[in-house]
Structure formats: structure tokens, C-alpha cells
Design a protein around this ligand. Structure first.
Ligand code: AGP
Length: 593
């Protein structure tokens, strides 16, 4: 959840760290800080955003430093709880992402031994342990300290004296960026793209020592070599490029993202799938994800069942950990944009332990999920900076279309029709984006309400769930996604003229029943906004407002409908004046359970 950065080189570290921290802020943004290594260690940290921290700084000349943006877990957001944390002597500084699960016991023990703690964080025990074990070599002390730690961590440490950074990881992301006469450590490649695109991803158990000219990595006491990889993202992709918010930019990138994801996997008339098939003796496919990625899984379930004719179970990753039974030979597919979501990683590990072969659909090369899963299917969304997932969701849907087509048990002409429609999707989405003004108006209209329902049926039920998630996440309007048929089994009690309903229509076998549901809702005096395919002559007679959706085959309608709902949420939030890219209390990748 937190963002980490370290710099060692020949340039002033402070502006580089600040710049990288700004780019990392989407990982957590309730407090931040940095430590600079000169004759001693200078620490600057506070509650709030990086911009506020920067305002209090004057330019200094140190060439080594570490920085952190925080999403609070242990201890409220405050200057004291912000990282970096120091040992008692003020000679070792440390930033950390992860959770030390045995920190209370360690803290008690260290306190009895005379260590004085200043924060409420779990992190502080690590730096005191390093101090306890320090015998002249920081990396050795880090190894000894981490031997006492239970839980997850990515850390960067520095000490007074010789210029170097010591890094280590276990179940939290960390990489080393290689520059020319300078090196970096970061939780995230997007943070350092302005400086280098050559990175080394650390593995669990790795401890690295970084100087400006050299890196060495050891695991279990033995030196190891790790491959240098090129980050497949450009600097421009990680910038706003004139858009007011990253979210709007990322929504507008979607035609290209669909194209890129298709291009990567759909050559000539035959889709290329990873080296697995759902044929043969597979009893079921298990889909695992959280939040928006879980909604993509629900669309995927529908597609795989319909096209590949295979039984599919979609589970919230955080809940799968409480289930123990699988029916027969199962392929498990984890869906995670970041590849770092703790619940999804744990669910993938559990699926493996139950004997499943595993695949991950992810956006991040080298992410933790790709190390756990047997296979990786990369979506080509580029860096997604806004906390609200948009383009990654659409790319995940495209991945499911491709997989379902690769494994489809349908006749050739149906397959070709669907592939032809898939190729048209970027244009359909572009058409919708070109007409976004009407959606913007409706978003502003919705911004007046405190509560709303999103309803859908069939393959558009997950779209309703996702529309509601997007709305609440950034506009803070309470929004509930609901199966259209379920509304009258309880939620109807909440319908009134002040609780609008957004109904997702599609020209499939759900259409007539959805119209009936809309009539039932209208009878309660509730305003209804419908998403309807262009050319629909029925629905606008029933509802208060219509968002016209460029027509596509119903099976592909989730893509265009979802983009419309992203815009609806965006403009509602914008009208309300909220910090769209960094909604309160959230973080981009949730690396704690
Ligand atoms: C949605 O807008 C959120 N950012 C969130 O629900 C997200 O999809 C979820 O935390 C899972 O993230 P992942 O795809 O990186 O695993």
C-alpha cells in the first residue's frame, strides 16, 4: 500500500526523491517523508501530501536518501507515525511497506532491552532490531533483524557512514532501478520511469546492497544474480498529459488499450492463448480477484461458461481463503491489475496448495502474482495511476474475451462474428467518448443525490456492481450494485424520489424483464437513468434519462456500458469537487489482508 523510494548517485537526492514520491503517492497518501544521508541523517516527514512536505524543504545537496508515502495500518496518519523511522542513536533510517504481524511481542522485548519507541507503527521494531544486531555491517544486521520478523515487508535502509542502501523483500513489491552512475530502489517501476527503465525485481528473501556503481543481492546468505528487465511502459504513459485527472486520461486511453491487448493476443483470425486450454479433463475454472478485478471475474465467468462450456466458480479472493473444497481438476485464474493485492496472492497460493494449475491476468510484469502463478496473461493497459481502476478493468474484460474465444466450443461462424465485433470495440468506445458531454451532464445531475442503485441482469450484472463501486469510490455517493431481479427482495424499501436507479440495458434475453423491473421502480416515484443501445425505441418511454450506448453484440456490451459508468462516476465526483485520483482512505494496491 505504501510507496518506497531510495536514491544513491551523483545528483542531489532530495528533488529526485520528491519527484518519485509524487509518482508513488497513488499507493498511499496520508503522510510521507524522506531521510537524507549527509554527515548524519536528516529526516523530514509529516502528515499530508508530498506537495506539503516539499513546501517545508529547502534544497540540500546530499546524494543519498530514502522516501516513503504511507497508507496507515498501525497508528493514525501523523508526522510521528510517518516513515522513515530511526533507531535510538539516529544512525539508521528505514522505510517499510508491509505488516509485521509479531510486532507487539518484539516491541515489548525491545523495550525491556532499553529501546525507546517514538511511533505507534509496526515498522519501528524493524529499525530497532537492526540497531540491536548491528556489528559493523548493515546488510548483516538487516538479515539478522528480518530473521525475527513475521509478516510481509519491503524495506530500504541507510546508515551514517559508508554511502549505500540496503534493501530486502518478503511478499511486498520491491525493485532496483539501474541508472548511469546512480541507482534506485522503488516499490513500483512507474515511480522511476523518468530516470531509468532498466530494473531488477527482487524475489522473496532477497537482501540487496546498492551503491552508486554496484548492486549485490543475496538470498539465504548466498549471492544470487537476478535478471535485468526493461519496463514496458513509457514516461508519457505515467503523466497526465494535459488531462485534469489521471482517471479521465485513463478513461480516454481505453480504445488504445483495447487495441493493444487485442494486438498482443489476437493474430489473424485465431486468438492466441497462453499454453493452457480448458479442454480435456478440466472439471472447473476458479476465478479469484478483489474489487474491480472481481467484477471482471464475474464477467469472465459468464463468458467462459457460455463460450467454453466449462463450469466456472468466481470467488472474492479474500473469502476463498476460508474454502477448502474444489470439485475435480481445477485451473485457478487470479485477476489482479497490480499483481500485488495481498488477498489475491494468498488465494493463488492456496489454490496451488489445493493442486490447481494457476494463471494470472495482470498488468504488471514482474509483479508478485507472476511469480506465484504457473502462467501469466499480460493485459496491455500501461501504468494506471488513478486509484479507481478503469482501463485495467476494460483490458481484463478483453483478456476474458480472448481466453473464452481461445477455449470456445462454438461453431466457426459464431466465433468469427464475435472476433469481428471484438475488433470493432475500440471504435465503439471512441464513439462513446466522443459523445461524453451528455454523460457529463447526467453525472452532474447524480452528484446532487446521496444514494443510488445500479441494476443489471446477466452479463451486465457485474457491470452494475462495478458502476456502483466506481461511483462510491470517487464521488462518495452511497451506491449499491444489485441484480435487477433482487431489488424487490428487500432493497425496494429504500426506493423513493431521492434515490435514483441506474439501469443497465442490453439487447439480449434480459431486456424484457429489465423493462418490467424499471416499470416497478418508476411506480415508486424513483428517478431512473437507463443505459440503452442506440436505436432502442422502448426504454426511453419509461425512464427519466437515457445514456445512449453505441450498439454492439450483447456479449460485448459490458465494455461499452462500463466506460459510460466510469464517465458518470467521474463527472459526479468532479462536480462534488473531490480528489478524484486519490479518494479518501484508499490506496491503489492493497498489499495487506
Ligand atoms: C477499484 O477502482 C479499486 N482500485 C479496487 O477495487 C481494485 O480493483 C482492487 O483493490 C484490486 O486490485 P488489483 O486489481 O490490483 O488486484
Amino acid at each position: 500500500m505504501c510507496g518506497l523510494i531510495g536514491y544513491i548517485g551523483n545528483r542531489p537526492a532530495q528533488p529526485i526523491l520528491i519527484d518519485c514520491l509524487r509518482r508513488l503517492e497513488y499507493r498511499g497518501y496520508d503522510s510521507c517523508g524522506l531521510a537524507l544521508l549527509g554527515d548524519g541523517i536528516q529526516v523530514y516527514k509529516d502528515q499530508g501530501k508530498v506537495a506539503e512536505l516539499q513546501r517545508g524543504l529547502s534544497l540540500t545537496n546530499e546524494r543519498t536518501g530514502i522516501g516513503h508515502t504511507r497508507w496507515a495500518t498501525h497508528g493514525r496518519p501523523s508526522g510521528i507515525n510517518a516513515h522513515p523511522h530511526l533507531d535510538c542513536a539516529g544512525q539508521i533510517a528505514l522505510v517499510h511497506n508491509g505488516i509485521v504481524t509479531n510486532f507487539l511481542r518484539l516491541r515489548q522485548q525491545l523495550t525491556q532491552e532499553g529501546h525507546i519507541f517514538s511511533s505507534e507503527t509496526d515498522t519501528e521494531v524493524i529499525v530497532h532490531l537492526i540497531e540491536k544486531y548491528y556489528r559493523g555491517d548493515l546488510a548483516e544486521a538487516v538479515a539478522a533483524a528480518l530473521g525475527q520478523i513475521e509478516g510481509s515487508y519491503a524495506i530500504i535502509a541507510l546508515q551514517t557512514g559508508p554511502k549505500k542502501l540496503v534493501v530486502a523483500r518478503n511478499e511486498s513489491p520491491l525493485l532496483i532501478g539501474l541508472g548511469d552512475g546512480e541507482n534506485f530502489a522503488a516499490s513500483d517501476a512507474a515511480a522511476i520511469l523518468d530516470y531509468t527503465d532498466r530494473v531488477v525485481y527482487l524475489e522473496d528473501g532477497d537482501i540487496g546492497v546498492i551503491t552508486e556503481r554496484e548492486i549485490t543481492i543475496a538470498n539465504n546468505g548466498h549471492e544470487v544474480s537476478r535478471q535485468v528487465q526493461q519496463v514496458p511502459w513509457t514516461q508519457e504513459e505515467a503523466q497526465k498529459t494535459g488531462y485534469e485527472h489521471f482517471m479521465l486520461k485513463e478513461i480516454h486511453e481505453q480504445p488504445r488499450v483495447i487495441q493493444n491487448t487485442l494486438r498482443g493476443h489476437l493474430s489473424s483470425m485465431e486468438p492466441v492463448a497462453p499454453e493452457i486450454t480448458a479442454n480435456g479433463d478440466i472439471a472447473q475454472i476458479l476465478l479469484l480477484g478483489c474489487g474491480t478485478s472481481y467484477h471482471a471475474a464475474l464477467v469472465g465467468k459468464y463468458l467462459l461458461e457460455k463460450l467454453a462450456k466449462v463450469a466456472v466458480r468466481a470467488e472474492l479472493a479474500s473469502e476463498f481463503n476460508y474454502h477448502d473444497t474444489l470439485l475435480g481438476k481445477t485451473w485457478a485464474i487470479g485477476i489482479t491489475q497490480s499483481g500485488e493485492t495481498a488477498d489475491t496472492l494468498m488465494a493463488l497460493r492456496k489454490a496451488k496448495s489445493l493442486g490447481c494449475k494457476t494463471l494470472v491476468i495482470t498488468n504488471v510484469v514482474g509483479s508478485s502474482a507472476t511469480r506465484i502463478a504457473d502462467e501469466a496473461f499480460y493485459i496491455k493497459a500501461g501504468p494506471e495511476i488513478s486509484v479507481a481502476a478503469t482501463k485495467s478493468f476494460i483490458a481484463q474484460l478483453v483478456a476474458f474475451y480472448l481466453l473464452a474465444l481461445a477455449w470456445a466450443r462454438i461453431d466457426t461462424s459464431s466465433r468469427e462474428r464475435l472476433m469481428a465485433e471484438l475488433r470493432l470495440l475500440p471504435n465503439k468506445v471512441q464513439q462513446l467518448l466522443d459523445g461524453q458531454d451528455d454523460i457529463a451532464e447526467l453525472g452532474e445531475y447524480l452528484s446532487r443525490y446521496d444514494s443510488a442503485f445500479f441494476i443489471g441482469r446477466g452479463i451486465n450484472l457485474p457491470v452494475a456492481l462495478e458502476g456502483a463501486l466506481k461511483m462510491k469510490e470517487i464521488s462518495y455517493i452511497h451506491a449499491e450494485g444489485c441484480a435487477a431481479g433482487e431489488l424487490k427482495h428487500g432493497s425496494f424499501a429504500l426506493l423513493n424520489p431521492h434515490t435514483p436507479v441506474v439501469a443497465i440495458g442490453a439487447q439480449d434475453n434480459t431486456y424484457d424483464t429489465l423493462l418490467t423491473n424499471i416499470k416497478e421502480i418508476k411506480t415508486r416515484g424513483t428517478p431512473v437513468i437507463a443505459l440503452a443501445a442506440e436505436g432502442d425505441r422502448e426504454i426511453d418511454k419509461l425512464v427519466d434519462h437515457v445514456i445512449w450506448i453505441p450498439g454492439t453484440t450483447p456479449l460485448l456490451s459490458p465494455v461499452v456500458n462500463s466506460v459510460a459508468l466510469q464517465l458518470l462516476a467521474y463527472y459526479a465526483a468532479r462536480k462534488r469537487g473531490y480528489p478524484i485520483d486519490q479518494p479518501r482512505n484508499l490506496a491503489k494496491s492493497v498489499t495487506v489482508e
